[in-house]
Design a protein around this ligand. Sequence first.
Ligand code: FES
Ligand code: FE
Length: 294
Amino acid sequence: MIESDLWPALRDYWHPAAFAEDVGDKPLAVRLLDEPIAICRFGDRVAAFHDLCIHRGTPLSLGWVEGDSIVCAYHGWAYGVNGKCVRIPSIPPEHPIPKKACLTTYLAQEKYGIVWVCLADEPRALIPDFSPIEDPGFRLVVHDKRPWKCSAARTIENFLDFSHFPWVHEGILGDRANPRTPDVTTERDDETIRFTIGNEPDGLHSASYQRYYWVTRPFACHIGRVEADGRAERLYFACTPHSARECTRFTLICRNYEPGPSDGARIEDVEDLVAEQDRVIVENQRPEELPLDL
Ligand code: FES
Ligand code: FE
């Protein structure tokens, strides 16, 4: 059994599709679980459609939004938010529009500055939690999106793999003189697995600290770091499965403090470096799809 065998089940979950500021009245093409999607905005509401005009099969993402409808670039058919065709310019206005002239619509929702899409009628779970971003005491310091040529599960595996830190990120997140991974005790809470891990000082943190992890099905992780003086950092990582070998990693990091000179390197400065160190490894792992029976 391989990862893509699970894709029918993954349709039931919310997946991050785009940053909200990238979704406007020019439909955005996104591939999700091998399905082409067009995402656009009607006023303050986001919408997602199968990216295919049912007239002659032109991608809707080549079209545009006009008022309350999305217009196909080929013959100008216009569809409402509910997917029903509301205008066929080539026929007289009194001519009825066929009932089957209807797009496939998907659930779309904006949360944490991200547009999420679910390909099922009824989502099986909530959008993975990252409520600290809504806390006015926290400030967003990293807001980043990276396409990787690997499966979404491989990126999550990498994100939760602590024993690579001394080898791939030595001097930043790990120390080859101290390569042992601490034991963790996991707890399962519905769709989320939680655990806490103790960390020694590293290139980003000058004192030892604890991090909690909430790993939420299918491809999200919320990490919190709290220090004794109440300073806190929250990291959110959510991954879009485009195809079996392509994904996008969305990263948000927020803090309730301004780092001082004794805080070591700034995470926003090293984030690029760390991600690039990981990418080279993960894009080259084989098999490309994570085997489910390790
Ligand atoms: Fe879309 Fe003709 S293909 S209007
Ligand atoms: Fe890494």
